[in-house]
Design a protein around this ligand. Structure first.
Ligand code: GLU
Length: 416
């Protein structure tokens, strides 16, 4: 098969195939795990503020539901396509498997540019999308959450819309909600906190100190929390970026100041005491740890040889293409794969769902302790698997995840 390395679904399939080969997966199990279970595409009309009607396209892909209800976020972005959603849904299956939470994998998206939409338009898109998706989602079947360009406010509209359809309040149908309507303590910063924990564990494994230099690409929910928490752990954050571009300071950037600056100016551009760098140059800056926390396909065969970091922690989903992965491996760069590195978000989503179903809520400390335990345990499991099989952390993670999903499929058997 000719792999289009810039198509995330081709990347996801290549990663799966490599692990299925190593695991010697039986043909039937392999075929079942390779294909998404269900895909729903919807085209729906939305009234725009200027009175016109615009048609939007939305997707929900459930990759696998063997280990439990489908789980995964919904993104709003101009790049959303069926193949991107398929890839992200497959990665959710492995993510839930590798950290051992009882969900399958799903993802959703609407092709739109939130930067060009008013709050009212965004709300109408979110509500209509969830209405269209009501035939496949539910607290026992498929539970969405935030992803790129979606947040607690949008989750609230979605939960409200679903609840209006069924006639009673169903908090457990969506996670990543505001606390006032059944959200969980710690969910907002869970992905970044998980990235911080695995970075700390990976540094120990590589024999590196926490007193190291870090570059974070992306300053959204994941990137900003990761940078802040790593700084609290003693790391020096030397580079940051957002969609406009990056900022660099070899002596270290104060993340709290950067957050306050972005709050006021909207972007990192012009942050006092820093030099501007392009998003491309940012990835090649001298540093010990590089954390891509933005989009797919950021580390490719074009820049992998120029990356200076010794450790790459994938806070984004799919930031490294398979060719780049090979180059990094040859160069001895350790990569903590996305399916473990950013699994903190879905882990606390699981806690939120459990709390909603039980109508019994836990405190922030309990959430963070449980998250820490799962992240540390998962990192150590993939590290041991990688060492045992003399392979990369990515393959170690895939071995654990795919084997767990395969065992579930084989144990349940084929119906009828
Ligand atoms: N969108 C997040 C992810 O990619 C979280 C998904 C969830 O909480 O269900 O992992």
């Amino acid at each position: 098969m000719v792999v289009d390395s810039m198509n995330p679904y081709a990347t996801a399939l290549a990663q799966f195939d490599a692990s299925a080969d190593l695991l010697n997966l039986p043909q039937a199990t392999r075929a079942m795990l390779r294909m998404p279970k269900r895909e729903l595409t919807v085209n729906f009309p939305v009234k725009m503020d200027n009175g016109t009607i615009k048609i939007f396209t939305g997707y929900r892909v459930q990759h696998d539901i063997t280990r439990g209800p489908a789980k995964g976020g919904i993104r709003f972005s101009p790049e959303v396509s069926l193949d991107e959603v398929r890839a992200l849904a497959m990665w959710m299956t492995w993510k839930c498997s590798v950290v051992g939470i009882p969900f399958g994998g799903a993802k959703g998206g609407v092709t739109c540019n939130p930067k060009e939409l008013s709050s009212g338009e965004l709300e109408r898109i979110a509500r209509r999308y969830i209405t269209e998706m009501a035939i496949v989602i539910g607290p026992m079947s498929d539970i969405p959450a935030p992803d790129m360009n979606t947040d607690g406010r949008i989750m609230a509209w979605m939960m409200d819309t679903y609840s209006m359809q069924v006639g009673y309040t169903v908090p457990a149908v969506i996670t990543g909600k505001p606390i006032a309507i059944g959200g969980s303590e710690g969910r907002l910063e869970a992905t970044g906190r998980g990235v911080m924990v695995v970075t700390r564990e990976a540094l120990k494994w590589c024999g590196m100190s926490l007193n190291c230099s870090v570059v974070v690409q992306g300053f959204g929910n994941v990137g900003s929390v990761t940078a802040r928490l790593l700084q609290e752990q003693g790391c020096k954050i030397v580079g940051l970026s957002d969609i406009r571009g990056g900022v660099f300071c070899p002596d270290g950037i104060d993340v709290q100041e950067a957050l306050a600056y972005v709050q006021e100016h909207g972007y990192l551009e012009g942050l006092p005491g820093t030099e501007p760098v392009s998003n491309t140059a940012l990835l090649e800056l001298p540093c010990d740890v590089l954390i891509p926390a933005a989009l797919e396909n950021q580390i490719t065969d074009r820049n992998a040889a120029a990356i200076k970091a010794k450790l790459v922690v994938e806070a984004a989903n799919g930031p490294t293409t398979p060719e780049a992965d090979r180059i990094l491996q040859e160069r001895g760069v350790t990569v903590v794969p996305d399916i473990v590195a950013n699994a903190g978000g879905v882990t606390v989503s699981y806690f939120e769902w459990v709390q909603d179903l039980q109508r019994f809520f836990w405190g922030a400390q309990e959430i963070n302790e449980r998250l820490e335990l799962i992240m540390v345990r998962s990192f150590h499991a993939i590290m041991q698997e990688a060492e045992r099989r003399q392979t990369t952390l990515r393959m170690g993670a895939y071995m654990v995840a795919v084997a767990r999903s395969a065992e579930a499929i084989e144990t349940r058997g084929i119906y009828p």
